[in-house]
Design a protein around this ligand. Structure first.
Ligand SMILES: [Zn+2]
Length: 75
């Protein structure tokens, strides 16, 4: 059984510009929970547990998933 997605802790929440969030959704760019940045291409908006091209950790989630789980807050 798949482990349920972990919701962001308060210190993991990052504010991102609304336009950058929309761009990430449109371009299938994933959010790395370690780097706290959009780092990975070819990442479906609802993806989870993908590897990060920058830090190598499997902590990338899709842009919509990052929003849903509270890792990013568009401002
Ligand atoms: Zn990373």
């Amino acid at each position: 059984m798949k482990e349920r997605a972990k919701i962001a802790r308060l210190d993991e929440v990052v504010e991102v510009a609304e336009v950058d969030y929309q761009e990430a959704v449109d371009s299938y760019t994933g959010w790395c929970k370690v780097c706290k940045e959009f780092t990975r291409g070819s990442t479906e908006p609802d993806a989870e547990g993908y590897d990060c091209e920058v830090c190598g950790e499997k902590e990338v989630v899709g842009a919509e998933q990052a929003l849903l789980l509270g890792y990013i807050v568009p401002v």
